[in-house]
Design a protein around this ligand. Structure first.
Ligand code: ATP
Ligand code: MG
Length: 160
């Protein structure tokens, strides 16, 4: 499948729960999607079990190393709203000399809440609010060192 991303990029999705990150990733990237929820679920049978986040992060880092070393495009499908999480991802991309691309989901809180409410797996509303508030601006991401920043808004269609 054709994507607008240079082969070998580290693509970091950034946005609130319910913003549409996983939907976007599944549509644009047939392979190479790394999702902490999936790893937490494999470890505990419960995607939201935060006690498994350290395990999930270790698995993600192992797979990032394996893929980036091979020059395979890799998508990090988590909220990535915390600066130190993005710093770790940027450091890995730098180590393997791969371009780090940010995909920033800039949706109003009300739409993230509505999408979250309408799906099977629901993140608590207060968590959506908190993470939405922590979402960085494109300017912040540029200052952090992302090679390019793509912004996704409400108009992005759910499916082709
Ligand atoms: P989380 O961080 O909790 O995993 P997410 O950002 O991955 O959230 P999704 O699960 O991809 O969000 O999407 C949330 C809901 O919104 C889903 O029900 C999905 O079908 C719907 N959705 C995603 N993108 C769009 C869109 N462009 N238009 C309308 N609905 C959408
Ligand atoms: Mg998701």
């Amino acid at each position: 499948m054709e994507t607008p991303y240079a082969p070998g990029s580290l693509v970091v999705l950034i946005g609130s729960p319910g913003a549409g990150k996983s939907t976007y990733a599944r549509r644009h990237f047939p392979t190479g999607r790394l999702c902490l929820d999936d790893f937490r679920e494999m470890a505990t049978d419960e995607a939201a079990d935060q006690s498994a986040t350290p395990t999930a992060a270790q698995i993600q880092n192992l797979l990032l190393d394996a893929r980036l070393a091979r020059g395979l495009t890799t998508v990090v499908d988590s909220t990535n709203v915390l600066p130190h999480v993005r710093a770790g991802l940027l450091a890995r991309a730098r180590y393997y000399q791969r371009p780090a691309v940010a995909v920033l989901f800039e949706l109003p809180l009300a739409d993230c809440l509505a999408r979250n409410n309408a799906r099977a797996r629901q993140v608590p509303q207060n968590v959506v609010r908190e993470l939405h508030q922590m979402t960085p601006t494109a300017e912040q991401l540029a200052a952090e060192g992302f090679a390019s920043i793509r912004t996704i808004g409400l108009c992005e269609p759910a499916r082709r």
